[in-house]
Design a protein around this ligand. Structure first.
Ligand code: NDP
Ligand code: 8X3
Length: 285
């Protein structure tokens, strides 16, 4: 019987394993283990890049902050081949050009991690900035749409064992005050992921959506406009999930045997649960 762990073994030559199911998984892994990760300059994306580099996967890493990207690429180049792309996922033309000109050796993908994203604010809808709403839609929906569509041929070229891993959120599953457009964009990610699976029938390409709850990262600094006190209050006493935990989860999903698709995976820290329905008791009876 072959376990998930067999896919991770560096093990002996294929000749020695002839006839074992393990051989099949090893071949799938060694064909082209390149993963394309958006938003690798911090948080989940950076931790995921490190996790895959440790396992020897080749990396294509993207983000807007050049200095951070350059530093990460330089560091991880000691472990594996790395190609950095300073890219704004909202810039369709730049994305088209960068992906069309991926260097040889990075052109066939086994993994796409659609991670780049953000939330801006927690105001009630009636007080929100339309600019912020557009930024979230352009990044979390349109950016993810661009990478997916542009990279699909390269994932299909890899075929069996390839994966698209989308980073959704619990905010796509449950409403809370102030989640409005952010939650809407993550609901899109969930539904798009399921629909993609239908379209990719027969290609061998898998699609997964992870839906994390409270995780500690710069996400909350971005959301609160750099307000460190609000950041600290968000995580105080909660033992939130860490980016390394998410990286392990993503690595596990992409390394499942090729006949298994993790459709969706929702995860929260133990400290987090649901608040229950709220009732406005100021209404006159
Ligand atoms: P971070 O803020 O630490 O990381 C976000 C990453 O996205 C950065 O690398 C940033 O890079 C990149 N990014 C943002 N906008 C763009 C853009 N326009 N073009 C290219 N890259 C962009 O947050 P997390 O790691 O926590 O978030 C990663 C994903 O996880 C997001 O999609 C988020 O919605 C989701 N998520 C986060 C949770 C949390 O509690 N932290 C929980 C559930 C989901 P740069 O600024 O350099 O471009
Ligand atoms: C981030 C998790 O609960 O802040 O997607 O929306 S939450």
């Amino acid at each position: 019987m072959t376990s998930y762990f067999d896919t991770l073994l560096p093990g002996p030559s294929e000749g020695m394993l002839q006839g074992l199911p393990m051989t099949i998984h090893r071949e799938e892994q060694s064909m082209t283990s390149t993963v394309f990760i958006t938003g690798a300059t911090s948080g989940f994306g950076e931790a995921t890049a490190r996790r895959f580099a440790d396992a020897g996967w080749k990396l294509v890493l993207t983000g807007r902050r050049k200095e951070r990207l350059d530093a990460l690429c330089a560091e991880l180049s000691a472990k594996t081949e790395v190609h950095g792309l300073v890219l704004d996922v909202r810039d369709r033309k730049a994305m088209e050009q960068a992906i069309a000109t991926l260097p040889a050796g990075f052109d066939k993908l086994r993994g796409l991690v659609n991670n780049a994203g953000l939330a801006l604010g927690v105001d009630a809808a009636q007080n929100c900035s339309l600019d912020d709403w557009e930024t979230m839609v352009d990044t979390n929906i349109k950016g993810l749409m661009y990478t997916t569509r542009l990279l699909l041929p390269r994932l299909i070229a890899h075929g069996r064992g390839a994966s698209i891993l989308n980073v959704g959120s619990v905010a796509g599953n449950y409403p809370y005050p102030g989640s409005n457009v952010y939650g809407g964009t993550k609901a899109f990610v969930g539904q798009f992921s399921l629909s993609l699976r239908c379209d990719l029938r027969g290609t061998g390409v898998r699609v997964s959506n992870i839906e994390p709850g409270l995780c500690e990262s710069e996400f909350s600094l971005v959301r609160f406009g750099g307000d460190q006190a609000k950041y600290d209050a968000t995580y105080a006493g909660a033992e939130p999930i860490q980016p390394q935990d998410i990286a392990e989860t993503i690595f596990w999903i992409l390394n499942q045997p090729a006949h298994i698709n993790i459709n969706s995976l929702e995860l929260m820290p133990v400290s987090q649960d649901w608040a229950g329905f709220s009732i406005d008791r100021s209404v006159k009876g």
